[in-house]
Ligand binder design. Structure first.
Ligand SMILES: Cc1cc2nc3c(=O)[nH]c(=O)nc-3n(C[C@H](O)[C@H](O)[C@H](O)COP(=O)(O)O)c2cc1C
Length: 394
């Protein structure tokens, strides 16, 4: 991150999640309602477990905004955990009363979760001390941050959306196409616009739930209106593709990220991979157009004016109600892995988190390029740059 800084804090069953977002220019209109919309989108989805029925995420903006506008100071965003009411003793900040014994101690690591590696690293005997933070509940804080970034991007005509391309072996459309595509995505509880594929996805989730199993899948995030020139070829840590890959890979359970055709392009000759250029319409500010967009809108680590397309693959979540074999930390006895209330499939939610991370990376790249302590400065620099682009070829 070059211009923005983000920190999140909070345990899954703690009192609340907190995010601090620093580096936003002053003068951006920010409302809790806009953030709540994205928080709500993260919560829904076929395949989620009981926790999301308890929570009804809303944000409290506690700093960085006055009279609806950002001040240029750090924003503090709080999302309360309703479930905390049921966990106050387990998650108490002070030492427990004498003789108190945890009813929720985790002593048997779940294969695929952070339990064992985290306990070894931090020296915890109760792996709840690991899972409380490894839990993707933390992604609610990121979605709140992403929603603020989305508001900034909207000021420059940049729109970030996502859809689910597959759940386990069931695939839906892989490219956005046709009238009503995005409306159908938002109306679908699996974020798949094809009703037949969506039915099969739900059936696959039901079947997995039935036998105590879990499912992964893939999703795509698309950003339109991205100007050419975000990111840079000049140094590895300024590349936009690298920043996006890192951001998406940081979402729990995401195990692969690709830009554009990604993995598939490795098996094709160059003539089938690179995107030929042609002249755009005379009146277009940017005089180039592509016949295809296989590179996903990024060349040389820089946005090239085409829609940005990023895809991610999510592994099945690790908590199985038919648990895998594990070893108990109590006496090192072979036993079944720990099981607790859990989701069955969260690919739809992960795609909303993916949007948030793309919003964050793009907002950072936009501000790195155009700067500005006030949004008016950012806009002036953006307008000047777009004029320069149009004149560059005269
Ligand atoms: C939105 C979302 C919800 C998740 N819900 C669960 C869950 O209910 N149970 C679970 O075991 N893992 C869940 N996960 C995945 C774990 O958080 C993740 O697998 C774990 O932190 C280990 O990290 P790793 O898979 O990246 O190695 C969820 C992930 C996301 C993105």
């Amino acid at each position: 991150m070059q211009r923005l800084r983000v920190l999140t804090a909070g345990e899954s069953h703690g009192q609340r999640l907190t995010a601090i977002l620093e580096g936003m220019p002053a003068g951006l209109f920010v409302s809790a309602a806009a953030i709540d919309t994205d928080l709500g989108r993260r919560q829904v989805g076929y395949g989620r477990g009981g926790r999301m029925a308890i929570e009804a995420d809303t944000v409290a903006i506690t700093a960085g905004v006055r009279h609806g506008l950002t001040l240029g100071s750090p924003l503090c965003l709080d999302v309360s955990n309703r479930d905390w009411a049921n966990w106050q003793e387990e998650m108490s900040l002070g030492p427990p009363p004498e003789g108190w014994e945890s009813q929720q101690a985790v002593r048997v690591p779940r294969p695929g979760h952070a339990d064992l590696a985290g306990a070894a690293k931090f020296g915890h005997r109760d792996m709840r001390n690991v899972l409380e933070r490894a839990s993707a509940r933390e992604t609610a804080a990121r979605v709140a941050v992403g929603a603020v970034c989305r508001l900034l991007l909207a000021e420059f005509g940049i729109r970030v959306r996502s859809f689910v391309t597959a759940i386990s072996g069931v695939s839906g459309p892989t490219e956005p196409s046709g009238e009503g595509f995005w409306e159908a995505v938002e109306a679908s509880d699996v974020r798949c616009p094809d009703p037949d594929a969506a039915v099969q996805m739900r059936e696959a989730i039901d079947a997995a739930r039935e036998c105590g199993d879990t499912l992964g899948g893939t999703f795509a995030v698309q950003a339109t209106g991205v100007p050419p020139g975000l990111g840079s070829h000049t140094h590895w840590d300024r590349r936009l593709d690298a920043a996006l890959a890192r951001a998406l890979m940081s979402i729990p359970a995401i195990k692969a990220v690709e830009i554009g055709e990604g993995m598939a392009s490795a098996a094709q000759p160059g003539s089938q991979v690179h995107d030929p250029l042609e002249l755009a319409d005379e009146n277009d500010l940017w005089p180039f157009r592509r016949l295809t967009n296989r590179c996903g809108g990024i060349e040389g680590g820089i946005s090239n004016g085409e829609p940005l397309v990023v895809r991610a693959a999510m592994k099945p979540i690790p908590t199985l109600t038919s648990p895998l074999a594990s070893v108990s930390l109590d006496g090192l006895q072979p036993t079944e892995a720990h099981a607790e209330r859990s989701d069955v499939c969260v690919v739809p939610a992960a795609s909303v988190v993916g949007e948030a991370m793309v919003c964050l990376v793009l907002a950072d790249a936009l501000l790195a390029k155009f700067g500005g302590d006030n949004l008016m400065d950012t806009r002036a620099a953006y307008d000047a740059y777009m004029c320069r682009l149009a004149r560059l070829w005269e």
